[in-house]
Design a protein around this ligand. Structure first.
Ligand code: NAG
Length: 320
């Protein structure tokens, strides 16, 4: 009995000594531990705030605090260690425009009869040699009996420190840009019209190519905090939702070009014009209806840019 108490005590003493050997400075130990837990706590707090759509001031503050804890240190770090940890599917959970008049995410797609269902900003493995990742923006909008997907896929390239300095000077980026800044060069947007059951009705490739800059100021296994070149902030939350991968199936559909679309609606418009002129009764009424629908559609197709606005951060900030 006495022996076992004795050896227990000895073991305890050894343990304490070993502990103080590993960590000779107790004050340091006290500082390191809470730092780790405070990051987790802060992320918890951020997710909580974002979920409950809390006031911008506290969200902004939490974003700043997390960013201060997690900025990459040196420019020398290679692409693997800088960008690989960022890869994943993300829900755009919160956007904080830097200027009050900067439009929130989504461009034209969150107005009028459109209901924004969800919005995504993925970073997935690269496809092109010198890039560091592919960026995929997807907005899902509901309108009447349909669902519209607006998809932007692009290649993300790393920026040299010179380019970053130049850009942050021109755009007046608050706090500058970190080595994790990328320029994403997007293909023309894909606009896919589906039924509510997600059967593809029409796939369009509309509008111009575009480029945006995006910095990442914090990233862990739950969130990625983004920063636009004009200082807008974004909270992207990692997601396993299968909806996040819908874009893969949809971009595989061959799109109808703008010219085809304009001639399609234009042709019908012309036919209905003939109908109005030549027909009477119900056919005339149908022709008038056709004209009312087709001419604006043709015009819309001709001038459409796919919902991208110059100054919109996630769809995203204007070209360089
Ligand atoms: C995405 O995030 C928003 C805001 O936190 C949330 O309301 C929404 O349910 C999320 N969507 C998905 C599909 O996870």
């Amino acid at each position: 009995m006495a022996r076992s108490v004795h050896s227990l005590l000895l073991a305890l003493i050894l343990l304490i000594r070993a502990n103080s050997l590993i960590s000779p400075c107790p004050s340091l130990r006290r500082n390191v531990k809470p730092l780790f837990s405070s990051v987790t706590d802060k992320v918890d707090q951020l997710l909580e705030l974002v979920q409950h759509n809390s006031d911008e001031t506290s969200i902004r503050q939490t974003i700043e605090e997390l960013s201060a804890l997690n900025s990459p240190r040196s420019d020398a770090e290679d692409d693997e260690s800088l960008f690989k940890p960022l890869l994943g599917n993300y829900n755009v959970s919160f956007t904080l425009p830097n200027l009050p008049n900067e439009r929130p995410v989504g461009g034209k797609w969150n107005r009028g009869p459109f209901v924004l269902e969800s919005q995504w900003q993925h970073l997935i493995p690269k496809k092109v040699q010198n890039s560091v990742a592919q960026a995929v923006n997807m907005i899902i909008v509901r309108i009447l009996f349909w669902r519209i997907y607006v998809i932007l896929r692009g290649d993300a390239f790393r920026l040299s420190s010179l380019d970053r300095d130049r850009l942050s000077a021109v755009r007046n980026t608050p706090g500058g840009l970190s080595p994790r800044t990328v320029r994403a060069d997007f293909d023309p947007p894909r606009v896919v019209l589906c039924t509510r059951q997600n059967k593809v009705l029409l796939s369009l490739s509309l509008g111009p190519t575009s480029s945006v800059f995006l910095d990442t100021t914090f990233c862990d296994n739950r969130v990625r905090i983004g920063k636009g070149s004009k200082g807008s902030r974004f909270v992207f939350v990692r997601s396993n939702d299968p909806v996040a991968d819908e874009w893969k199936r949809l971009v595989a559909h061959k799109p109808v070009g703008k010219r085809q679309l304009v001639s399609f609606f234009g042709g019908f418009g012309l036919a209905s014009l003939m109908g109005v002129w030549r027909c009477s009764g119900i056919f005339r009424n149908l022709s008038i209806l056709g004209m009312l629908l087709c001419w604006p559609s043709a015009l819309l197709a001709a001038v459409s840019t796919g919902g991208i606005e110059e100054d919109d951060p996630t769809m995203m900030e204007g070209s360089y």
